[in-house]
Design a protein around this ligand. Structure first.
Ligand code: MN
Ligand code: MN
Length: 296
């Protein structure tokens, strides 16, 4: 990777980190989830970045993948365990990071610490030539030391420019073999911890969408929306909320694009044993001697 590119990954990482910590302070009893999300996203745009994906809020038994819609009226409550996951890009160079807060409580302090320490254990071993299975092993060991389970079907991922999940997955469980990391790889590591079953699933609409394909649709406004989605988000996930800046009747045209198989939503991923879930995430640059945490 050339020095200019490395610098862009670092800039994106820093802004993702700043936005995450700006957002953390807004997660308080009685605050509206929609307001918090919009303030975080405005912070990113005001500071020269764009969103790599809609800001995720996953509360209590939700493991991942939910963002408020333009009509959401949910508020945070005392005792909520909230995963905040923020992704920023600058010119396609992405920073992805997440943390967990428990609102006015300390029932899950240890579970939050378990995800943070599992992430640190992964950072201790990640380097060029190391297989992703070794990272998963370190993560699982640490989580089990705390007496919890890792979520087996949520993984970290290699990142490339404009590509959030580029081939390699980083498990939170022991795995034999698997891909090896290379010098210059950008990876996100994100251990999820639970006192439930250790798996997530579900079908509900998360309000997070992605463009599946470009194809002809016999509707002028829906076609216009499809092209705008392609040109603005460049294959990255997007929110229903964002589309209202493009069209007044975006909701209706989004439905048309869904029915035509052009756009799909990501499902909300609930913990299948109804456990509480915590998460920590950093984006790393892999080097021959180890790694550099870009979102620190
Ligand atoms: Mn993330
Ligand atoms: Mn991620």
């Amino acid at each position: 990777m050339n020095p200019e590119e490395t610098e862009k990954w670092k800039q994106a990482g820093k802004l993702a980190r700043d936005a995450l910590h700006f957002g953390k302070e807004l997660i308080q009893d009685k605050n509206k989830m929609l307001d918090v999300t919009e303030r975080i996203e405005t912070y990113v745009l005001d500071n020269g970045g764009e969103l790599a994906f809609p800001t995720n809020l996953a509360v209590n038994n939700v493991g991942a993948h939910w963002t408020p819609s333009s009509k959401s009226d949910e508020v945070f409550s005392k005792g909520d365990v909230v995963k905040l996951d923020v992704g920023v890009h600058i010119d396609g160079y992405i920073g992805d990071n997440a943390l967990t807060v428990e609102i006015d409580g300390n029932k899950y302090t240890k579970m939050i610490e378990a995800s943070r320490e599992a992430l640190n254990a992964a950072i201790d071993v990640a380097a060029a030539g190391v297989s992703v299975g070794v990272i998963g092993h370190a993560v699982q060991d640490k989580i089990e030391q705390y007496g919890y389970r890792p979520i087996a079907n949520l993984t970290g991922h290699r990142i490339k420019r404009y590509n959030l999940h580029s081939g390699i997955s980083i498990p939170s469980v022991r795995e034999r073999g698997g891909a090896s990391l290379s010098n210059g790889d950008i990876i996100a590591i994100e251990p999820f911890v639970t006192d439930g079953a250790g798996r997530v699933g579900g079908k509900r609409n998360s309000n997070i969408y992605h463009l599946r394909q470009i194809r002809k649709i016999r509707d002028e406004k829906a076609t216009e929306l499809m092209i705008e989605i392609r040109d603005r988000y460049k294959g990255l996930p997007f929110a229903e909320r964002w589309l209202h800046k493009i069209q007044d009747d975006a909701r209706k045209n989004l439905q048309k694009l869904m029915r035509a198989g052009i756009v799909s939503y990501y499902p909300v991923l609930d913990e299948l044993g109804n456990g509480i879930v915590t998460q920590s995430e950093h984006t790393l640059l892999i080097t021959n001697s180890g790694n550099e945490v870009l979102t620190k």
